[in-house]
Design a protein around this ligand. Structure first.
Ligand SMILES: *Cc1c(COP(=O)(O)O)cnc(C)c1O
Length: 496
């Protein structure tokens, strides 16, 4: 085969390329369908066993094996040993089964390969993204003038919120343009406030922003793990006394473990009183805005910026998130003009100055197709189904003699422990719970998460799949019981 043949066959735009594309996609679709139809959520193979399985010839051979063979290898060796997100018993993380409208959109956006940094690499795609951003701003009742950009997820959105917050504060307070001149000396006094249950990306962002993780001050939470507004008042007063300068308040709408939603209205009041940028991390709970429980997000419309993940409860394939700002002009705090992408005199809508990235996928097409295809009510119903399943699962756990439910669900996570029939110290219970969760994963019968409550390991179900029923949950609990018995037997043998 000559180079010219390859160029004809490997790219769209010719009859030969089109044939290659159709065949390869048919093969890929078959592989996906087979992989979704497996008996267990995970094969349970160890990292070493998987490495050995893949260790069959160099990744980059002198001569390739051909596309059919390469795809078949993936279908045989890789996909069967990935975690099956389609399985009803995959219930560990905020890791959703992607819906078909998003999967179809993924085909369209990858093949057309638009880049959203400039209009001259994207055309209509840029306008679709702007419309998705506008629809999302409407969903959260942000005022006219709100704007946003599609991101890779909550990590990037939270970073961007704190980036704009820091630059805004330094400009107003110190007359410092951090973008051009770097941090002022006073930067060591800057502080970010969030609840003690907030996502670790607040600290990560503070580190990336040159403030250090210790610049994040956590505020105690109430019994429902929501930020306590009076504790926030006390924390702010204490920081002021010590000459620290809080500049941003992060409210969480849906903490990762317990789904707790901070009292956003109360937080917005404090942010207004103390000149704090109010960023709401709604990566998990933002989808409540679709349905009847939207009142639980009251105050979100007062946010200066907002993180929402489409790849969680909006059921879109990874990666897909959005960052919104109440006032689009705020993007100027971190914008730049590159002569080749968005010259200052350009009339075209170039999105590059709204993003922390340059080349950027047309991920907006996934929520666009899903929104248009299903509409708000059907999207809301999917989310509500999972909230109901979580409530039912919690009731099942509360009724069982051999499980302890550790909190009533707020969203669709359920945190609990298996209770062995002998008295264990906190340390023993911690080791036992870890061992049970590991045995479960290795057996491949269910994928549940491990977290920590009061310093002791606990188990967590994150019931993302709208197809998961209470019977599936019961099957997961039975699998946990079996693994707990095995772990107990091993423990007794060791201590005997
Ligand atoms: C998932 C999550 C994040 C991180 O988002 P990614 O999409 O994984 O980057 C941040 N905050 C919360 C509350 C989350 O649930």
């Amino acid at each position: 085969m000559t180079e010219a043949d390859d160029a004809e066959r490997l790219f769209l735009g010719t009859t030969a390329g089109e044939a290659t594309y159709r065949e390869a996609l048919d093969r890929a679709v078959e592989a996906v369908v087979d992989a979704a139809d497996r008996e267990r959520p995970f094969s349970g193979r160890s990292p070493d066993a998987l490495d050995a399985l893949l260790d069959d010839g160099p990744v980059l051979p002198e001569e390739g094996v051909g596309l059919d063979a390469a795809l078949d290898e993936v279908a045989e060796r890789v996909l069967p040993h990935t975690v099956n997100v389609a399985d009803e018993r995959t219930a560990a993380h905020l890791h959703c089964p992607p819906m078909v409208p998003g999967l179809a959109a993924e085909v369209l956006l990858s093949a057309t390969n638009q880049s959203l940094d400039s209009f001259d690499q994207s055309g209509a795609a840029t306008l679709v993204e702007r419309r998705v951003v506008d629809a999302l701003a409407d969903l959260f009742d942000l005022p006219d003038g709100a704007d946003g950009v599609v991101t890779g997820g909550g990590t990037e959105s939270n970073f961007q919120g704190l980036l704009l917050a820091r630059n805004r504060y330094c400009a107003d307070r110190f007359g410092r343009d951090v973008q051009s001149s770097g941090l002022p000396l006073a930067a060591k006094r800057l502080r970010v406030l969030c609840s003690e249950e907030a996502h670790f990306t607040a600290e990560q962002a503070a580190a990336h922003l040159g403030l250090g993780e210790n610049a994040v001050v956590t505020v105690p939470t109430d019994d429902d793990r929501r930020m306590d507004p009076s504790a926030l008042d006390a924390t702010i007063a204490d920081l002021r006394d010590r000459d620290h300068e809080p500049f941003a308040l992060v409210g969480t709408a849906g903490t990762t473990d317990f789904g707790a939603i901070d009292p956003l209205d109360d937080l917005a009041d404090r942010a207004a009183d103390h000149d704090l940028w109010f960023h709401v991390d709604a990566a998990f709970g933002g989808a409540l805005a679709l349905g009847d429980e939207r009142d639980r997000l009251a105050g979100v419309e007062r946010a200066d910026s907002l993180a929402v993940d489409f790849h969680k409860l909006f059921y879109q394939p990874i990666s897909c998130g959005a960052f919104l700002v109440r006032d689009g002009a705020a993007f100027a705090h971190a914008a730049r003009n590159a002569e080749y992408l968005n010259p200052a005199d350009a009339a075209a809508p170039n999105l590059v100055q709204k993003s922390t990235r340059t080349t950027r996928r047309f991920d907006a097409l996934k929520p666009y197709v899903a929104f248009r295809a299903l509409g708000r009510e059907r999207l809301a119903a999917l989310v509500e189904t999972t909230l109901d399943t979580a409530d039912d699962a919690a009731a099942l756990l509360a009724d069982a003699d051999d499980f302890d439910l550790l909190a009533d669900p707020s969203l669709n996570t359920v945190v609990f422990r298996y209770r062995p029939d002998e008295d264990l110290t906190a340390g023993e219970l911690d080791r036992f719970t870890r061992a049970v969760r590991e045995a479960l994963f290795n057996a491949g019968r269910a994928v549940v998460a491990r977290t920590e409550v009061d310093g002791v390991a606990a188990l967590k179900l994150t019931l993302m799949n709208p197809r998961t029923t209470l019977d599936d949950v019961a099957a997961v609990l039975d699998a946990i019981r079996d693994c707990a018995r095995t772990v107990t037997a091993v423990r007794r043998e060791v201590t005997a």
